[in-house]
Design a protein around this ligand. Sequence first.
Ligand SMILES: [Zn+2]
Length: 138
Amino acid sequence: MSLTLSCPKCDFETTESLAKCPNCGRTLQSAKKVRILGWVLVLLGSFLVIFMGGLGIILGGIIAGSGQPGNSSRFTGGPEDVLFIFAIFGLVIAFGLVSVAAGAWQIWFGKPNKILRVTMFVVAGLLLLIGSMVRFLD
Ligand SMILES: [Zn+2]
């Protein structure tokens, strides 16, 4: 059972000890390796969700408490800035959640889930796009 090999590119699967995929020539991954990578994704994803979630709550508190007397921290941005910040936070958290889902799938089935991988790339691409926009605005 642990000898099942799968291709990361196409959906080829085999129990034979082949080194490369006969369909596309990619190096085959063992279910064990896919599961270890799955744990890495789950850990990274949960870290992102917890870290960004916590940071978002702190930031939300600063924004909500801004301008009140006796408050040391002040948020000087407008409503668009708030929306922008939370869009980035939301995307990073979404990326973390998809990573956890993709990792959990890999641990459970011993092979990657294409749709979840594509979703990860799309969310990461959106983040990079927003990140480059921030740099451009500065
Ligand atoms: Zn293949």
